[in-house]
Ligand binder design. Structure first.
Ligand SMILES: *[C@@H]1O[C@H](CO)[C@@H](O)[C@H](O)[C@H]1NC(C)=O
Ligand SMILES: *[C@@H]1O[C@H](CO)[C@@H](O)[C@H](O)[C@H]1NC(C)=O
Length: 484
């Protein structure tokens, strides 16, 4: 950006002294011609002198401009130097006293009482901000309805009120993160000016775990020092954020916070909730303390995308902490969100691929639940009918929890995830599901009266048949016979 004064350069005079040798000029001309004649302008550009020192700040208070320059030294035949002859940087002096006359006002006021516009009339001039080029000195004749442009404003004049740009040579430039005007230098994701994103790691993941009932679930720790944090999902669930002190920043204690900007961990967290049920959190960081991202589940979690950038030295501690909490390990820099094959939730009670408990099972035999009427009754009366493979089983005092991998959905009232828990209301469920087998299941959604639990229920003597092509067509047929 910002070629300020291109091509401004000096030629080194071939002879510095006043007296020239008559032959000397001829020789030089010959030399130049020879070079040109050979089609050889390949002498390249000239050479810059070192930069001069920075000038004093253009203003005496507040923000101003300081400039330094260099010259291009070149011999005949050499091209212009590449680059700029001048560099401008911001200088920041203590704030101006209240009531100080702004720089632009001063420049307009210089024309007060002087005849302008070719007549003897004089006016009082004040800045006018409505003209097209904000780096022209556009001044309004006070008490009149016209303005006049008195050429460019002086370098270092703010482009407009309250904007960060300054006028330089008639153009509005803003400072890069290196303080140079028009350099275009920007902070990288790691917060380094002009960096290449290489001093930090990008953590990006889709959180698909979380349990089968409503409540708060940990999604991820966002360590102190994280930048460019973002989380988003689309469901009736709510993202919740907890500060390092254990207090909620938003959506805590079962209360949903309004969308808006929240101050937390030394940064501003922007929270949005759209009508399309999309919810997002974002913060520029860097954060000054750990944050805990949670989700308040009300329905099955369709996936929560989150990402942030972490200084390299903080990555290992972050991993160690996640490991200590029993969370899955996250590899750095998976730049594309590759929806991982779902993993079993990390709840400590999960027993996967447990072999069926042998013999001595005191469970009574199950009632016979075959028949078309039974199938129809459960198909029509259920919230979900799906085909699933049993991956795990956990027997508890009052209930049995199956972990199933959903293969195909025939009917659902709300989204089903690939992995679900299905609960049966007894230690001796009927019908019994065997591990690693595939079934057609009809389940109900059960929400506890206080709203804290939301489960898939396989009722006693409900519908659960080993999957087969024949059963599949019977189920499809049942679908056509439900009362509307
Ligand atoms: C740093 O990463 C951001 C986001 O991925 C990208 O937009 C930007 O171009 C990257 N910067 C550099 C210098 O690679
Ligand atoms: C969630 O994480 C916090 C803090 O890291 C931890 O204290 C808490 O036990 C976790 N909760 C669950 C349900 O794992």
């Amino acid at each position: 950006m910002g070629k300020l004064r291109p091509g401004e350069a000096e030629q080194l005079a071939p002879v510095h002294t006043g007296r020239r040798h008559p032959l000397r000029g001829l020789l030089l001309l010959l030399w130049t011609l020879l070079n040109c004649g050979l089609g050889d302008n390949a002498q390249g550009p000239g050479e810059w002198t070192p930069w001069g020192s920075w000038s004093r700040c253009s203003s005496s208070c507040g923000q101003g401009l300081s400039v330094r320059s260099r010259r291009c030294i070149r011999f005949p035949g050499e091209e212009l130097c590449w680059g700029h002859t001048h560099e401008y940087r911001l200088c920041q002096l203590p704030d101006c006293p209240l009531g100080a006359v702004p720089f632009r006002d001063l420049q307009c006021a210089l024309y007060n009482g002087h005849p302008v516009l070719g007549t003897q009339k004089t006016y009082l001039w004040v800045p006018f901000y409505g003209a097209p080029n904000q780096c022209d000195l556009n001044c309004l004749a006070e008490g009149h309805d016209f303005y006049h442009s008195f050429g460019r404003v002086l370098d270092g004049t703010p482009c407009s009120q309250g904007s960060p740009g300054l006028c330089v040579a008639g153009r509005c430039l803003s400072a890069g993160c290196d303080g140079l005007l028009g350099s275009g230098a920007r902070e990288d994701r790691c917060g380094r000016c002009g960096g290449a994103n290489d001093s930090c790691l990008f953590v990006q993941r889709v959180f698909r775990d979380a349990g089968a009932f409503a409540g708060y679930w940990n999604v991820t720790l966002i360590p102190e020092g994280a930048r460019h944090i973002r989380a988003a999902h689309r469901s009736r669930n709510h993202l919740a954020l907890m500060g390092g002190d254990g207090r909620y920043v938003l959506n805590g204690n079962w209360a949903v916070s309004p969308p808006g900007t929240y101050e937390a961990a030394g940064t501003r967290v922007v929270y949005t909730r759209a009508t399309g049920r999309e919810e997002t959190l974002s913060a520029a960081g860097p954060t000054s303390q750990d944050l805990l991202l949670q989700v308040l589940l009300q329905e099955p979690n369709p996936g929560i995308e989150f990402e942030f950038w972490l200084p390299q030295e903080l990555y290992s501690p972050f991993q160690a902490q996640a490991r200590a909490l029993g969370w899955p390990l996250w590899q750095p820099q998976p730049r594309e969100v590759a929806p991982r094959p779902p993993e079993p939730p990390a709840a400590p009670t999960v027993i996967l691929h447990q072999t069926p408990t042998p013999t001595s099972d005191p469970c009574p035999p199950c009632p016979d639940t075959r028949g078309r009427a039974h199938r129809l009754l459960h198909y029509c009366g259920s919230d979900f009918v799906f085909r699933a493979r049993v991956r795990g089983r956990l027997r508890q005092a009052q209930e049995t929890r199956y972990e199933v991998h959903v293969q195909l959905i025939y009917k659902n009232r709300s989204p089903l995830r690939a992995l679900e828990y299905v609960w049966a209301p007894s230690r001796c469920p009927c019908p019994v599901l065997a591990l690693h087998r595939e079934y057609l299941l009809a389940a109900r959604r059960l929400i506890s009266p206080d709203g804290t639990q939301d489960r898939l229920l396989l009722p006693h003597a409900g519908y659960a048949r080993p999957w087969s092509p024949a059963e599949d067509s019977r189920v499809r047929l049942a679908a056509q016979h439900c009362p509307v």
